[in-house]
Design a protein around this ligand. Structure first.
Ligand code: TXA
Ligand code: MG
Length: 326
C-alpha cells in the first residue's frame, strides 16, 4: 500500500520523501490546486511509462508537463507574445498552454506522445515547490485509473491507486476541483482545448480577445484526446438537467430549490446551496463519487449555469453522462 504523507506540519519532509521516489523513476501522487496528479520525471522514459502503466492509460495520450515557473517553461517551449502574456497573468494557476516544443528540450517524447507541441502548466503551492526542489519538469495526469473520475482528496487517490503506487502526498481537498483550462494560441487567436479552472471570461478580460470554443466532434477533440466522451465515468448512469428525481435515483443539486420527487431520492447531495460556481466545482468530483457509492440506479443532476466555472462543470458532467463505449 502507498504511504500517505501530509504536507503539514513538515513540508520539507514531504518534499524529501517525494523527490526520493521521483529520483527512482517512480510516480508519486501529489496535490495541485485543481486535482491530485500522478507525477513523474518528464525527462525519463521509464518514469513516464510507469504513469501510463499505473493509470492503464492509452499511450497516444500526451501528458501535461508541470514546471516551477515561466523561466523553467521557457527552457522547453517557444512562447509567442500572447502565450507569454497568458502565462504571466495566470501562472502559477489552473491554466495549461499548448506550445511548440524547443528542439533542445529534455522532455521525453513519451510525455508528449511524440507531438511537436507540449502542454505546460505551472501549478500553485506544494507541486510548484516540489518541482523547484527536483529541478526537472514533472509529467502529471490526474491520479486516477484511466476513465475514472479525477481525485480531489488523498483518500480518493488511495481508494483507486493505493495498491499500485509508493507514495501519496496529502494536501487536503483541492481548492479548484476541476482540471486546468487548456489553451492553444495560433496566429494570434486563442483556442480553448478544454474548459477548466480558469473561466473563459477571465481569459477574454485579460487579453481583450475572444476565445474560440472547441467544435463539437471537431479537431479540438483530437488535439486533446484525453477529452473524448465518457472520460469521467461513474458506474451509475448520469442524467443531466433533471427537473425531478425518479425513485431509485440519487440527486445532485445546484442551488437550494426543492426538486420534485426529492423525498424519494436514494440520497441528496448539494454542489452549492448558495449557487456558488467555485464551490460547486470544488465539490463536483467528490459528490459524483459519493453519489455513485450509494449504489443508486442513476444519478440525476439539476441544471448548472454555463458561465464562468459552470462551463468546466458542465463539460465534466456531459462526459460523465456520455454513453460508455470505451
Ligand atoms: O489540472 C490539470 O490539468 C491536471 C493536474 C494534475 O495538473 N492534469 C490533467 O492532466 O488533467 P491530464 O493528463 O489528465 O490531461 C491532459 C490533457 C489531455 O486532454 C491531453 O490530451 C492534453 O492535456 N494535452 C497534453 N499535451 C497536449 C498537446 N501537446 N497538445 C494537445 N493536447 C495536449
Ligand atoms: Mg484525467
Amino acid at each position: 500500500m502507498a504511504r500517505i504523507i501530509p504536507i503539514e506540519p513538515d513540508e520539507d519532509a514531504a518534499i524529501d520523501a517525494a523527490t526520493t521516489i521521483l529520483a527512482k523513476a517512480r510516480p508519486v501522487a501529489i496535490p495541485t490546486e485543481t486535482v491530485y496528479g500522478l507525477a513523474a520525471d518528464a525527462t525519463d522514459p521509464a518514469a513516464i511509462a510507469r504513469i501510463y502503466e499505473t493509470k492503464g492509460r492509452p499511450r497516444f495520450n500526451p501528458l501535461i508537463c508541470h514546471m516551477a515557473d515561466l523561466a523553467m517553461a521557457e527552457r522547453h517551449a517557444i512562447f509567442d507574445p500572447l502565450s507569454r502574456k497568458l502565462a504571466e497573468r495566470f501562472w502559477p494557476g489552473p491554466l495549461t498552454l499548448v506550445l511548440p516544443l524547443k528542439t533542445e528540450s529534455t522532455i521525453h517524447p513519451l510525455a508528449t506522445a511524440g507531438l511537436d507541441t507540449v502542454g505546460i502548466r505551472v501549478p500553485k503551492g506544494f507541486a510548484g515547490e516540489l518541482i523547484r526542489a527536483f529541478d526537472r519538469p514533472l509529467a502529471a495526469p490526474s491520479a486516477n485509473s484511466s476513465g475514472r473520475i479525477s481525485p480531489t482528496t488523498a483518500q480518493h487517490v488511495e481508494a483507486d491507486l493505493g495498491d499500485r503506487i509508493d507514495l501519496i502526498i496529502d494536501g487536503g481537498p483541492c481548492p479548484v476541483g476541476v482540471e486546468s483550462t487548456i489553451l492553444k494560441v495560433e496566429s494570434g487567436r486563442i483556442r480553448l482545448l478544454r474548459p477548466g479552472g480558469v473561466p473563459v471570461e477571465a481569459i477574454e478580460e485579460a487579453t481583450g480577445l475572444d476565445v474560440e470554443r472547441p467544435k463539437v466532434n471537431g479537431t479540438a477533440a483530437i488535439e486533446a484526446p484525453g477529452m473524448l466522451a465518457s472520460h469521467y465515468a461513474p458506474n451509475a448512469s448520469v442524467r443531466l438537467d433533471a427537473k425531478s428525481v425518479a425513485p431509485g435515483e440519487a440527486l445532485i443539486r445546484f442551488g437550494n430549490q426543492p426538486v420534485e420527487g426529492m423525498d424519494q431520492a436514494v440520497a441528496v447531495f448539494d454542489l452549492s446551496v448558495s449557487s456558488d460556481l467555485a464551490e460547486a466545482a470544488a465539490n463536483l468530483f467528490g459528490l459524483l463519487k459519493r453519489a455513485d457509492h450509494t449504489r443508486a440506479n442513476g444519478i440525476a443532476v439539476t441544471p448548472v449555469p454555463d458561465h464562468g466555472l459552470g462551463e468546466a462543470i458542465n463539460d465534466r458532467l456531459k462526459r460523465a453522462a456520455a454513453p460508455r463505449n470505451a
